[in-house]
Design a protein around this ligand. Structure first.
Ligand code: SF4
Length: 673
């Protein structure tokens, strides 16, 4: 029996260090590494069952070729040789006509640098395939941080434990940022006040002192009103602003137009509550904001994130190590990550392929060839993602994936909704079966993931699958012969690999309070209220709201958000029976007032609908939903839904103001019994 250093691969800011116990080649136990400061020995419920996922009887463990209609999930087993030969032949023929007709589709099914975009990046760059704009989760908020701070950086998560005031903004931390929540609880026990700002009364909101249930997409108006109060009451740190913030005068003019009464109207909360929030924020030090990505999934998500990111610049909260804001820490790793060496954009050799936005894959798959669009998409290679379940406006996504003239290859662990539409499904290894290395977007450690066991069945790491396809296609560049150990050596600069493999993680050397004296990673070291090309941020109303689309709101009066169900992580884990059993079945939460006027009782089967589609699920009549807003908990696989659909039947493909991101939470619907 021995233990192995591993890392959680999932799309979660906590990036836990894991100790895997292996007995005679089989994983018998997983636990959080007690010595890793962020993990503290604890994994969430989902990943503590990771072995159940790896040894799941439904694992795809050999290559499969489609024998039924697309979407039917009917496959026959084939050998790796047959699969690779046919895939290489089909892709070579398409590439000979136009490599841009081949599109990669991947996201954060694993966050690993090796099994993510290393060999895959080399492969698609060498082909000259279309590029993928990976926007589906965080790019609006990410670009807001770039515009404001110059990089995706923030305060250290561990110092939230010392904060006196914490605003948990757009995050159900108990579900999606558990280890931060432990720190927030410590702060609370030491006397800190916790505010939760979220349209849904989440499990996290239950445990905060105050909950502000604003309407979806109104966060920017709330931030402006808080600024108004900071200005009106002299709670701005004038010295910090003068030294370390640019564009303040224009921001002040804007914020002064937003008294709490105006924002209260927009946000659907009481003006006095906004005043109380602003007073707490303006008069408590250290004050910290844990912003998360839920709030930026609306038309004005980027502007709202910019406005919130400016709050600690106005109060000078950055002066304290337990003050400031954390949305992402991923930018800190730019000093060690060697993405260009891993992904080799130089293999494009001067070509400049088009870019397909992953958030509009439905439209892209249905687009004919045109001078503006380029060639019709003929081949799709999907890895680390399940777009048929997670991409917005799934009626179009499904129609696109069902095209008979589309050649689709899916690297997967299971027959997901996307794999059901594949021509070939290739069995990929899970995190316990391959080597990888991880950075984080919630803390500042690099983690190793050693393979704990040999690959099950005929599963292969993504790196090897792309290496094998490249070899079959005659791509002879030396970089395609790099094995995973070689990729690991290339992945990072300035990280002691010996120490990393010995201990399991290495911490980046960073100051405790990175912006106490300014020094933001912008050209002049100042945070920017007035960013080049963007101006000063303002409140941007939703595409679909009573104010901006009154006739649509007349027909569909309920706003819908679709946050993850507690025991799922995006669409991962939906097929793990023990977790699905806890969730029960797809639910929409609806406020008792909205339910009663529609004759809906708790537990009724309901239809949630708009012009784009209709989705059947069970109603949970609950004050977790605020009046006028329903919460369609996701992201269920369509095939586990009541009528083979999920909540994305209703969402649309319009994009955020900055970052080209999807607007999942900017969606009007109605509900009927
Ligand atoms: S999903 Fe998040 S909390 Fe759960 S084990 Fe992974 S990193 Fe940790």
């Amino acid at each position: 029996m021995h233990t192995v250093h591993a890392a959680c691969p999932h799309d979660c800011p906590d990036t836990c260090a894991i100790r895997v116990t292996v007995d005679d080649g089989r994983v018998v136990h997983l636990q959080g590494d007690p010595e890793h400061a962020n993990t503290r020995g604890a994994l969430c419920t989902k990943v503590s069952r990771y072995a159940e996922r790896t040894y799941h009887p439904d694992r795809v463990l050999q290559p499969l070729r489609r024998v039924g209609p697309k979407g039917s999930g009917a496959f026959e087993p084939v050998s790796w040789e047959e699969a690779l030969d046919e895939i290489a032949g089909r892709l070579s023929a398409i590439a000979a006509r136009d490599p841009e007709a081949i599109v990669p589709y991947s996201y954060a099914g694993t966050m690993g640098l090796l099994q993510g975009e290393s060999m895959a990046g080399r492969f698609f760059n060498r082909l000259g395939a279309s590029r993928l704009d990976r926007t589906i989760c965080s790019s609006a908020g990410g670009e807001a941080l770039l515009a404001t701070y110059g990089a995706k950086v923030g305060m250290h998560v561990r110092f939230f434990a010392e904060s006196r005031l914490i605003l948990i903004w757009g995050s159900n931390s108990i579900t999606s940022n558990l280890h931060f929540w432990t720190l927030a609880q410590e702060a609370k026990r030491a006397g800190a006040k916790l505010w939760c700002i979220d349209p849904r009364r989440t499990e996290t909101a239950d445990k905060c002192h105050r909950h502000l249930a604003i309407r979806p997409g109104t966060d920017g108006a709330l931030a402006l009103a808080v600024m108004h109060e900071l200005l009106a009451h002299g709670w701005v740190d004038a010295d910090y602003v003068a030294c370390h913030v640019s564009g303040f005068d224009a921001l002040r003019e804007r914020a002064l137009q937003w008294p709490p009464e105006r924002a209260a109207d927009v946000c659907g909360v009481a003006a006095d509550d906004i005043r109380e929030l602003a007073r707490d924020y303006g008069t408590t030090a250290p004050a910290a904001i844990r912003l998360n990505y839920g709030m930026q999934r609306v038309r004005g998500g980027g502007s709202a994130a910019r406005l919130i990111a400016l709050l600690p610049c106005l109060t000078g909260a950055w002066r304290h190590r337990a003050g400031g804001l954390l949305l992402s820490s991923s930018g800190w790793f730019s000093r060690v990550r060697n993405d260009r060496v891993l992904q080799r954009p130089d293999l494009l050799a001067g070509r400049n392929p088009r870019t397909i936005n992953m958030s509009t894959i439905g439209d892209a798959l249905l687009s004919p060839a045109s001078p503006a669009f380029g060639p019709r998409i003929e081949a799709l290679v999907v890895y680390n993602s399940n777009p048929v379940a997670v991409a917005p406006e799934s009626p179009k996504v499904v129609q696109g994936f069902a095209r008979d003239d589309l050649f689709t290859v899916v690297l997967e662990h299971f027959l997901t909704d996307t794999a059901d539409h594949a021509d070939f499904v290739l069995p990929a290894t899970t995190q316990l079966e391959h080597l990888d290395v991880h950075t984080s977007y919630g803390h500042t450690d690099v983690l190793i993931n050693e393979p704990s066991i040999a690959p099950l069945g005929q599963a292969r790491p993504n790196t090897r699958i792309f290496r094998d396809i490249a070899a079959r296609m005659g791509l002879e560049d030396a970089c395609f012969r790099d094995d995973d150990e070689a990729l690991l050596r290339q992945a990072l600069d300035g990280v002691d690999l010996g120490a990393l493999r010995e201990r399991g993680w290495v911490s980046l050397p960073l100051p405790d309070a990175p912006f106490a004296d300014g020094g933001f990673p912008t050209p002049d070291g100042r945070a920017r209220a007035d960013a080049p090309g963007l101006g000063v941020p303002d409140f941007v109303p939703n595409y679909e709201s009573a104010a901006s689309a009154p006739s649509l709101a007349g027909r569909y009066p309920l706003a819908m958000i679709s946050p993850p169900a507690r025991h799922f992580l995006n669409s991962s884990f939906v097929n793990v029976k023990s977790l699905r059993a806890i969730e029960g079945e797809p639910l929409v939460e609806i406020h008792p007032d909205d339910a009663s006027v529609r004759g809906i009782r708790d537990g009724d089967m309901v239809r949630v609908f708009n012009d784009r589609g209709s989705y059947r699920c069970r109603a949970a009549v609950s004050e977790r939903a605020r009046p006028g807003v329903v919460n369609g908990l996701g992201v269920w696989w369509r095939k586990f839904g009541v009528d083979g659909s999920n909540v994305n039947e209703l969402t649309h493909q319009r994009l955020t103001d900055i970052g080209r991101a999807p607007t999942f939470y900017d969606c009007l619907v109605d509900v009927a019994a």
